[in-house]
Design a binder for this molecule. Structure first.
Ligand code: AMP
Ligand code: ZN
Length: 112
């Protein structure tokens, strides 16, 4: 399958990896929108949040439990934002589910 994030997870394409375990990789976004901006990506190919199955719930809780330790490791101290872009109007450009984590700057709301 020709999927960028599958290739990054399989190390076919290099990335600035900050974390890896059995289920996920986390790597720095190539076009950062904040001083800290990394992506948390499950190793299994899931197209988007719309395609998440009931038996993949563990993945989401795993990812959300992981994020606070990763932000701490990245030196984020005063809060951060977790973003999932889903589908074309949601701003998704890579069709493999991923969670953006942004920190070290004040975030705007509404996000625009
Ligand atoms: P989204 O628009 O939510 O699908 O997010 C895709 C993100 O992947 C964007 O923020 C891109 O900057 C990022 N991205 C694209 N290619 C790479 C890459 N090779 N390494 C790291 N991040 C990437
Ligand atoms: Zn994929």
């Amino acid at each position: 399958m020709d999927c960028l994030f599958c290739k990054i997870a399989n190390k076919e394409i290099p990335s600035d990896l900050i974390y890896e375990d059995k289920y996920v990789v986390a790597f720095k976004d190539i076009n950062p929108q904040a001083p800290v901006h990394f992506l948390v990506v499950p190793k299994v190919h899931i197209r988007s949040l719309d395609y998440l199955n009931e038996d993949q719930n563990y993945l989401i809780s795993h990812i959300f439990k992981l994020i606070p330790s990763l932000t701490k490791e990245q030196g984020v101290e005063n809060g951060y934002r977790v973003v999932n872009n889903c589908g074309p109007e949601g701003g998704q450009t890579v069709d493999h589910i991923h969670f953006h984590v942004l920190g070290k700057r004040e975030m705007l709301w509404p996000p625009g």
